[in-house]
Write a protein that binds this ligand. Structure first.
Ligand code: MRU
Length: 361
C-alpha cells in the first residue's frame, strides 16, 4: 500500500485455541457501518453468515465466497456426530447458504469446493474432518489474496504515471480477502512509485463507491475523487479519466460480465468516449456453464433500499420501484478481462472472449 496502511480487515478466521483451526469464528468488518464506524462482528453459525451476506455486511463476490466457506465450517464445528452425518449437515448448510444472494458465482464456487473437500474427508475422524474443512476455507482465503495480487501485477502495466481511473462500486480489499480486483492495479502501480488517481462512482442505491471505495483508497493515501453516478459522462467528456476498471460478480463463457448496477451504462459511456473498459476478476468469478450473460441471474433487492436509503423517505409512500442490483455488460464493450493469469483479449474481429478455451489451456 502507498502509505503502509494495514490491509483492509475484510474477513478472517479466528481459532478459539492456537493448537487447532477448529473450533473458531469468522470475524468481519461490518461494511454497512462504513465509513462512519469500524465495527467488527464475530459470526458463530451459518445463520449469521447468511444474514451477513444478505445484508451486505460482507459483500463483493470473492468475499462472499470466503464467508460462505467459513460458514460451512461454523455449521458443523460444534456438532457431536460421526463424519458421514457431518457431511450430510454440511450439504444442508450449503443448500441454505446458496440462497443468500444469487448473482456472485463465487458463492456457489466456494460451496462446491467445500462440498468436494468434505466428501473426500468423510473417512477421517470427526475432529480431523472439521479441521480439514477449516483448512480448505483458509486455502480459499489465501488463494484469493494471491489472485488479487496477481491481478494487480497484470493490470498495473496499463497504468502510466499520472493516469486516472474511473471505477464503480467497490472491487477493492473490502470485496476480497484483501487488495481487491479493480483496485489492485491501482495499489500495485502506486507501490511501484507511479502516481495514479481515481474517480469513484458513488454507486446508488447502496453507495458502495462513496462509503467503501472512497474510504479504502483514502485510507491508503490514494488520490480519490467522488462523483455521483450521473456525472461519469461529463467527467469523460472533460478528459479527466483515461480508462475504466471494474470488478465482476459473474463472467459468462463469452466474456459478458455481470457487475453492480450501473456498470453497463458506464461501459456504453466509455465506448462513446473511446476509453478502454477493463473487467478485473479472479477465475473463481468465471462461470463457464453460462454461455452468455442472458443466463446470469440478476438479484432484485428491496424497494426500501431506494426509497429510504438515506435514513429517511426520499420517494412517496407506495410508489412502484424496480431494483435490480446488477447488470450485464456485453463482451463487445470490454477491452480486456484481467484475471490472475494475465490480460485476456478478444481474437481479432471477435465480439466475445473465449474463456472456455482460456480455462482449458
Ligand atoms: O452488491 P455488492 O456490493 O456485493 O456488489 C459488489 C460488486 O458489484 C463488485 O464490483 C463485485 O462483486 C466485484 S468484487 C471484487
Amino acid at each position: 500500500m502507498h502509505n503502509n496502511a494495514p490491509p483492509v480487515p475484510t474477513i478472517s478466521w479466528q481459532p478459539d485455541r492456537p493448537s487447532a483451526l477448529c473450533p473458531g469464528v469468522a470475524r468481519i468488518i461490518d461494511q454497512t457501518c462504513l465509513p462512519n464506524a469500524e465495527v467488527f462482528l464475530e459470526l458463530r453459525d451459518s445463520q449469521t453468515v447468511w444474514q451477513a451476506i444478505r445484508q451486505l455486511q460482507v459483500r463483493g463476490a470473492p468475499a462472499i465466497g470466503i464467508a460462505a466457506a467459513m460458514g460451512l465450517v461454523l455449521a458443523v464445528q460444534n456438532l457431536d456426530q460421526n463424519s458421514p452425518a457431518l457431511l450430510q449437515a454440511l450439504h444442508k448448510a450449503a443448500d441454505y447458504l446458496a440462497t443468500a444472494r444469487p448473482t456472485a458465482v463465487n458463492l456457489f464456487w466456494a460451496l462446491a469446493r467445500m462440498r468436494a473437500t468434505a466428501q473426500n474427508a468423510v473417512s477421517l475422524s470427526p475432529p480431523e474432518f472439521k479441521e480439514r474443512l477449516a483448512q480448505e476455507a483458509l486455502a480459499i482465503f489465501n488463494e484469493d489474496l494471491e489472485m488479487c495480487r496477481a491481478i494487480g501485477r497484470h493490470g498495473a502495466v496499463l497504468l502510466r504515471d499520472g493516469c486516472s481511473v474511473l471505477t464503480h462500486c467497490n472491487a477493492g480489499g473490502l470485496a476480497t480477502a484483501g487488495y481487491g480486483t479493480a483496485l489492485a492495479p491501482i495499489y500495485r502501480a502506486t507501490e511501484e512509485g507511479r502516481s495514479v488517481s481515481v474517480y469513484a462512482d458513488e454507486t446508488r442505491p447502496l453507495l458502495q463507491g462513496a462509503r467503501l471505495t472512497a474510504w479504502e483508497l483514502q485510507r491508503s493515501g490514494i488520490d480519490v475523487t467522488l462523483i455521483c453516478d450521473n456525472m461519469a459522462a461529463q467527467v469523460m467528456r472533460e478528459k479527466r479519466v483515461d480508462l475504466v476498471m471494474v470488478g465482476a460478480d459473474r463472467i459468462a463463457a463469452n466474456g459478458d460480465a455481470a457487475n453492480k448496477i450501473g456498470t453497463y451504462g458506464l461501459a456504453l459511456l466509455a465506448h462513446a468516449h473511446r476509453l478502454p473498459f477493463y473487467v478485473l476478476a479472479p477465475t473463481s468469478t468465471f462461470d463457464l456453464h453460462s454461455a452468455d450473460g442472458a443466463a446470469i441471474p440478476i438479484e432484485e433487492r428491496a424497494a426500501a433500499e431506494i426509497t429510504e436509503g438515506f435514513g429517511r423517505r426520499t420517494a412517496p409512500a407506495g410508489v412502484k420501484v424496480y431494483a435490480p442490483a446488477f447488470d450485464v455488460t456485453p463482451a463487445a464493450l470490454i477491452e480486456g478481462i484481467i484475471c490472475e493469469h494475465g490480460i485476456i483479449r478478444k481474437a481479432p474481429g471477435a465480439t466475445g472472449f473465449d474463456l472456455q478455451m482460456r480455462h482449458e489451456t
